[in-house]
Write a protein that binds this ligand. Structure first.
Ligand SMILES: [Zn+2]
Length: 500
């Protein structure tokens, strides 16, 4: 697979946030090893003076940086398409690995590979995978890393960790009948998982794999666990990804059970709110909290698709931006989106942005594209390294065919990309200077073999999925009552309204 160390990508229109976004300049891109070393006339001239340069033709194509998915979980890839809309806390009982028997190492590798293939074919070259492994086994982590390496994708992996009982993390679950509460996830001893995470971060990342920390959510973690996360992050300089204020019920819980009624204040107590922190969702946050969050230089990973599928509402992205927070974009789980496609998230971002600003304000598409590229790089602590086609950046690029129907005629590359592209015109995807996808197919695995492996895995898990669904059916009435109780608690702000 490895071609020449020197490559010249010729004749593409390079979309750069600092350049012409409507009719991007046609520019050659010179790559040495895994990095871009020159763009434009300098690239053409330098390549002309070098020997052994491989040419990759991009005439008639738009070149965009590989997209960065800042919020994703690979653990439920095999459940994609299984569910319609339902509330977050109920959905979790259908999809979270804690509700299933242990899964084989082979299937952990397979689900990771299937998720990575979905992402890569849609132009996502880097993903933050907040993955739950039911057993803290090294072999399971090796399967995940091996699958990413085999796919060719970059991953910032965080092993999701939580130790609180379900009844302490969701309002009114304590009041549920005993026959229901005994089926809900209990408190967990995370000491073995913590030792495993410590070992992994001490070993450090690999070529395309980084480690981040992933406490599931403040209300799902004990004080001791959050303190451990903060210490580990400080010692190793690790980014921290968590869920904050995803559902309305979570601000109800915060007001009921947390000092000052704030889950953000709870994270602040451990020194976790700063540029290394990225929160997923951040919907049910109040204006004062947004100001503090933005002033601290923390990042929001906005997940518009799953936020609607799980009936959570609309994050106030413009307010976050005005407060100084970083904005990134995610696709979230395959069981609540149901594909890893940042084009869909970008389109939603732009539409939400337009609702939250003055009518006709320009820049929504540009802001969406920034969130999916440079914003994601910043959230991952990789600013200056990922998210742009510029000298010094990693050579992660997506080649999009501008002869596609939605680019005829080309009025504005950025708008036609954000509002009109869904990945259908992707011709090639490059990660670290190597082409890993051509015409909708990984080079490492054929679509036929991935399809067969996925269907086989579905057969293996079907019986257990049906058992989980039958178990949940018996609890559904009580769970929905608890949900309605939380919905009925009045709050001084509303995030079911798309407008500010
Ligand atoms: Zn999530």
């Amino acid at each position: 697979m490895t071609g020449s160390r020197l490559k010249l990508v010729t004749g593409g229109r390079v979309l750069d946030l600092g350049g012409d976004l409507d009719h991007p300049e046609i520019a050659d891109v010179l790559i040495e090893g895994d990095r871009i070393v020159a763009v434009g006339a300098a690239a053409t001239a330098r390549a002309g003076a070098l020997e052994g340069v491989e040419t990759i033709h991009a005439e008639g194509h738009l070149l965009i940086p590989g997209l960065v998915n800042s919020h994703y979980h690979s653990h439920d890839v095999l459940l994609r398409g299984s569910y319609e809309q339902m509330p977050l806390d109920i959905w979790g009982l259908y999809t979270h690995p804690a509700n299933y028997r242990r899964i084989s190492t082979q299937d952990i590798g397979l689900r990771t590979l299937l998720g990575a293939a979905d992402a890569l074919c849609n132009g996502i070259t880097t993903m933050q995978d907040m993955v739950t492994i039911a057993d803290p086994e090294r072999g399971h982590v090796d399967a995940i890393m091996g699958a990413y390496e085999a796919s060719g994708a970059r991953a910032a992996i965080g092993l999701q960790i939580a130790d609180a009982a379900g009844v302490d993390a969701v309002p009114f679950w304590r009041d549920l009948p005993d026959d229901v509460t005994q089926l809900l996830p209990g408190a967990a001893d995370t000491s073995a998982l913590q030792r495993l995470i410590e070992t992994l971060v001490m070993e450090g990342g690999r070529d395309k794999i980084d480690w981040v920390l992933a406490p599931s959510a403040p209300q799902r973690c004990s004080d001791g666990l959050l303190r451990w996360v903060a210490e580990l992050s400080a010692i190793y300089g690790l980014q921290v990804f968590t869920h904050l204020y995803e559902a309305r019920s979570q601000v109800v819980l915060a007001r009921q059970a947390y000092e000052g009624g704030s889950l953000l204040a709870h994270l602040e107590k451990f020194g976790l709110v700063g540029p290394r922190l990225t929160i997923a969702h951040g919907i049910w946050i109040d204006e004062e909290e947004i100001r503090r969050f933005g002033a601290a230089g923390a990042n929001l990973a906005f997940n518009p698709m799953s936020n609607m599928k799980l009936r959570n509402g609309f994050a106030p992205i413009v307010a976050y931006d005005e407060a100084g927070a970083g904005l990134a974009l995610g696709c979230d789980n395959c069981s609540c989106n149901d594909t890893q496609n940042l084009f869909l998230s970008m389109k939603m971002f732009a539409l939400f942005w337009g609702f939250q600003t003055q009518a006709g304000e320009s820049g929504a598409a540009r802001r969406a594209f920034a969130a999916a590229t440079l914003g994601g790089a910043k959230a991952l602590g990789r600013a200056g390294d990922l998210g742009a086609i510029r000298p010094g950046y990693l050579a992660d690029m997506v080649m999009i065919d501008l002869s596609g129907a939605n680019y005829r005629p080309l009025n504005s590359a950025i708008r036609q990309l954000v509002y009109g592209e869904s990945g259908q015109n992707i011709r090639a995807v490059m990660v670290g200077g190597e082409i890993v996808v051509r015409d909708g197919e990984l080079l490492a695995y054929s679509n036929d073999e991935l399809k067969q492996a996925a269907e086989d895995a579905r057969s293996r898990m079907r019986e257990e999925v049906e058992q989980v669904e039958a178990r949940n059916a018996g609890m559904l009435k009580s769970l929905l009552e608890a949900y309605e109780k939380a919905e009925a608690v009045e709050l001084p702000f509303d995030r079911f309204s798309i407008r500010r």
